[in-house]
Write a protein that binds this ligand. Structure first.
Ligand code: SF4
Length: 468
């Protein structure tokens, strides 16, 4: 039975990457808490951090170094100040020290070791923290895996590689394990459950979330998530400048917005610009993400623009209210995300971009079909169509930055999500290929995919674009 909740697929955090920024920050914070609980902060004089696999390959471009320094200081993705986090690494190097929950520890760039060619057994995003005493001996060591979507897992021991998901993810606590009223483990079961109980997918997901987190907390969370998504779209549409990193990528969401507004003033019909606005919304969010600003992980940061963009499109062009976007659109999308997280992967490092952008595209298509009045079968069909045409999509971020192809890719995937919904709503819900089949196909394709195309920047566009 699926353990992750629909609400867990949406967390308010920071850019640019859920697996390379949000997850490492949570892991670093958890390690710092372990040191404090074991009363090992005062004997601690140094630290060594080793990043393996994809984290070692693209961590710098994905903000991993900043995230780790901030996390060791006790900062969490949902409450940190993004503008402080982006200078954390450089500040530590300049000061030659970091603060682990307020305890000063000597620090130099060489205390971070990158091992991109070594993949730890459990996952390609591995990291080991070692606290050192004044003689350089290890007093506490712990390995974590950042498994996508900001989720982290803890390595339990050499003999036991099955790790326990730890409570660093906001909202994961003892209630998580509580029995839910409508358990399901596949889309087939989910559809049958809805038909049997005469409920929508959103209603099923909502009741499960309420059972886990309580009505008040669940409502607060999902309303805050939609509000943060809308804020992020608006912030991105207003921002200007160049994104961080040596690629010198200019932000363009604002320029697109101004161009569309000019066209309107010159007589263009707003409804006929809906496709362009949809893409502008996605680009706005992904530029905020690439800049390390406040975004909602949905279900990852690399794919953070798709679900907000399609929701904002429904708000602006389909008259869907913010309340319905939170309770129906997002809950439906979250339920579909549960299937991807549990039965395949939402991690680019594990499944390529089909796991990130493909999953988000499928979730958004399902959510849009739901708020536009689709039946449960049509909603499942929309989710299936959206993923079917993302299968095989590789992850090859140029320079290791979540910018090219990521930003435009979100815009295109938002369009795919809307197209998938339209196609599904023109049918009666009957179709040959089930959502379960495409999820399993995505999982198998991810396993077959060369590691060059799994968030290592060793293949694809990453090696064919001249960096200047
Ligand atoms: S290419 Fe796709 S999976 Fe890779 S970093 Fe960009 S958005 Fe994420």
């Amino acid at each position: 039975m699926i353990q992750v909740d629909a609400l867990d697929l949406f967390t308010i955090g920071i850019g640019p990457s859920s697996s390379h920024t949000v997850g490492p920050m949570r892991a670093a914070c958890e390690f710092a808490s372990s040191l404090q609980e074991a009363k090992l902060l005062s004997p601690m004089a140094g630290i060594r951090i080793t990043l393996y696999g994809s984290l070692g390959a693209t961590g710098a471009g994905h903000g991993t170094t900043n995230a780790i320094v901030a996390g060791l200081g006790g900062q969490q993705p949902e409450s940190c100040s993004p503008s402080q986090v982006v200078v954390s690494w450089q500040n530590a190097l300049d000061a030659k020290c970091i603060f682990v929950l307020g305890h000063r520890v000597a620090f130099a760039a060489t205390d971070l070791v990158l091992k991109p060619m070594i993949r730890l057994p459990k996952h390609s995003n591995g990291m080991t923290f070692e606290a050192l005493d004044s003689l350089g001996a290890t007093i506490l060591s712990q390995t974590y895996y950042s498994v996508g979507g900001g989720f982290i897992e803890k390595h339990i021991g050499d003999a036991d590689l099955d790790s326990a998901t730890i409570a660093a993810q906001a909202n994961i606590d003892a209630k998580k394990a509580a029995a839910v009223p409508f358990g399901f483990s596949s889309s087939t079961e989910l559809v049958e459950l809805c038909q049997l109980t005469n409920q929508t997918i959103a209603q099923v997901a909502w009741q499960n979330s309420v059972a886990r987190y309580g009505q008040e907390r669940a409502a607060e969370h999902i309303d805050a998530v939609w509000a943060a998504m809308a804020d992020c779209v608006e912030a991105g549409l207003s921002a200007t400048g160049v994104l961080p990193g040596y690629l010198n990528v200019s932000r363009r969401a604002r320029a697109i917005r101004e161009q569309l507004e000019l066209q309107q003033r010159e007589g263009a019909i707003s409804a006929e610009q809906s496709g362009e606005w949809l893409q502008a919304y996605a680009i706005a969010v992904n530029e905020e993400n690439a800049a390390g600003m406040r975004v909602v992980t949905a279900p990852t940061n690399g794919a953070a623009g798709i679900i907000p963009a399609v929701g904002y499109f429904a708000l602006k062009f389909k008259g869907v209210t913010p309340e319905r976007l939170a309770r129906e659109y997002l809950m439906t999308a979250g339920a579909i995300g549960q299937l991807y997280k549990s039965n395949a992967s939402i991690s680019g490092a594990e499944a390529g971009c089909q796991g990130e952008v493909g999953s988000a595209c499928s979730m958004a298509a399902a959510g849009l079909a739901a708020v536009l009045g689709g039946t449960v079968r049509q909603v499942e069909n929309a989710a299936e169509i959206a993923m079917e045409h993302n299968l095989g999509l590789t992850c090859d971020p140029v320079g290791g930055f979540v910018q090219m192809p990521c930003i435009e890719r979100n815009a295109i995937a938002a369009g795919t999500a809307v197209a998938a919904t339209r196609l599904a709503l023109l049918g009666d819900g009957n179709h040959k290929i089930s959502l379960d089949t495409v999820i399993e196909t995505m999982r198998q394709t991810g396993l077959d995919m060369s590691s060059k195309y799994k968030e290592t920047s060793l293949g694809g566009l990453a090696v064919n674009v001249v960096e200047c």
